[in-house]
Design a protein around this ligand. Structure first.
Ligand SMILES: NC(=O)c1ccc[n+]([C@@H]2O[C@H](COP(=O)([O-])OP(=O)(O)OC[C@H]3O[C@@H](n4cnc5c(N)ncnc54)[C@H](O)[C@@H]3O)[C@@H](O)[C@H]2O)c1
Ligand SMILES: [Zn+2]
Length: 432
């Protein structure tokens, strides 16, 4: 972990660098662009070639989708305790979704026009479940569970398979439990292209959800327009903002938990306490040596781990808002007041006992969250993103007569007399 103190000459420069904007690297952009073009031209054949190249898997049109037999086999293989954990998490997701999804409403405006909003689920969505480095069983429910709660009928999951052409059974079980209706064994940018544009075997979807590595996120970004997307959820990251009331052992554990996602994870610790900074630095090293994904964590600690000693909590809050972390752990005095100042974090874990891992797996809000600074412009995944919205306007006699003079004014200044005519003919008729 690289430490920056106010007395360091590069302190201000490093603080400036924490002020991020999510932009793709040129090489990733070009690679993804070529993959999308290839899938759009060669369809299934391109999917099979990329599966062979990137996932060492040999697929054909008969093995591209997970079969009912594979799902049944997965169900038989998954331990009961895992099934229970999935069920408990799904119930929390449905509880959370039920409160955050949008509901129909109607009202009457000042001219007596009835105005309403109606929400209906998308008919067919795609969800991407990463599978490169770890089988993200929880991502199946933390993405699919929200589609299910919103009532989406066709949920098409895409996830890469292993060289044996198989997908992790717990991940398959979790996808089925979350309402997935089709599962295609393709990963990366090519999966996003197939979902957005369609191929001989994959029917296109209306909107694509879910996290992935930089290739997946860039493909979603490039295909906006052909499809809608949820947000830009890339490689995981965590920021901790703490004062001297915090516990170094807990904080180090949270930093390392997000560090184990992958070598491109980013962990940042911001504190007003010099003593805590030193304790956390030591704790991180002590705990890192005991963890199973040690080599990934070592790479993160060497390359993407930062500690900042700031002069006030306010300075810390500014650093948080500039960085827009995916996850923020907040342990300070006056917690509520500090929390109110946080504007760009994807998810906040407030107080010493709140752990990111509970949010990752269980609590209810989705762990699919904006990364890389995208939190300045996007929010985390939620049920209302699986709903389409339409507005309804209904007018009676009074509504026509009361609205007509104002419509006439707009039509006149915009030079659109047909617009005016369309309400005046009605006004003349009802006025009799
Ligand atoms: N932000 C969130 O909400 C969130 C949630 C869960 C996971 N994640 C992140 O998702 C990521 C998952 O990444 P992953 O790699 O394990 O799985 P992944 O499924 O996203 O990516 C694997 C695919 O990447 C493609 N790929 C690999 N190398 C490539 C290359 N050189 N060129 C082109 N394509 C290539 C391959 O097609 C492969 O199938 C992690 O970084 C994790 O932190 C984020
Ligand atoms: Zn995590």
């Amino acid at each position: 972990m690289k430490i920056y103190r106010p007395s360091d000459t590069c302190f201000d420069e490093m603080k400036r660098r924490m002020n991020r904007r999510a932009l793709p690297e040129d090489s990733v952009r070009d690679t993804v662009n070529a993959i999308i073009r290839d899938v759009s031209v060669r369809g299934d054949e391109a999917l099979f070639d990329y599966a062979a190249r990137f996932d060492k898997a040999h697929l054909d049109s008969s093995s591209l989708f997970v079969t009912e037999a594979e799902l049944a086999e997965a169900e038989a293989m998954v331990e009961e305790s895992v099934k229970e954990a999935i069920a408990v998490s799904l119930a929390n997701i449905h509880y959370f979704s039920d409160r955050s999804r949008r509901r129909d409403w109607s009202g009457v405006n000042a001219q007596g026009v009835e105005v309403a909003e109606r929400f209906l689920p998308y008919d067919r969505v795609g969800i991407y479940i990463p599978g490169g480095k770890a089988p993200l069983v929880s991502t199946s429910i933390m993405t699919g569970g929200f589609a299910q709660a919103a009532g989406v009928r066709e949920i098409v999951a895409a996830t890469p398979c292993g060289p044996d052409g198989r997908v992790n059974p717990a991940l398959l079980y979790a996808l089925k439990a979350s309402g997935a209706t089709e599962i295609v064994k393709i990963g990366g940018a090519q999966a996003i292209a197939a979902l957005a544009l369609g191929t001989e075997s994959v029917r296109p979807v209306e909107k694509i959800f879910g996290p992935g590595n930089r290739f997946v996120v860039e493909a979603k970004r490039q295909l906006v327009g052909a499809v809608a997307i949820d947000l830009l959820p890339g490689p995981s990251e965590v920021m901790v903002l703490a004062d001297d009331t915090a516990d170094a052992e807990f904080l180090a554990a949270d930093l390392l938990a997000q560090g184990e996602h992958g070598p491109d994870s980013v962990v940042v610790f911001v504190t007003t306490s010099k003593a805590l900074l030193e304790q956390v630095e030591a704790e991180v090293e002590r705990q890192a040596a005991l963890l199973s994904r040690g080599s990934i964590i070592r790479e993160v600690l060497d390359k993407h781990a930062y500690g900042f000693l700031v002069s006030s909590i306010q300075e810390g809050v500014e650093l948080v808002n500039a960085f827009a972390p995916e996850h923020l752990v907040l342990v300070t005095r006056d917690e509520e007041a500090v929390l109110n100042g946080i504007r760009t974090a994807g998810a906040i874990y407030a107080g010493s006992l709140s752990t990111v891992a509970c949010g990752d797996f269980l609590a209810g809000p989705s762990h699919t969250l904006p990364t890389g600074g995208a939190g300045k412009s996007f929010s985390g995944l939620r049920a209302d993103q699986f709903q389409r919205r339409t507005s309804v306007v209904r007018m009676d006699r009074n509504a026509v007569l009361n609205s007509a003079p104002y419509v006439a004014e707009f039509a006149r200044v915009e030079g659109l007399d047909a617009h005016n005519h369309s309400i005046q003919v009605r006004a003349a008729r009802v006025d009799r």
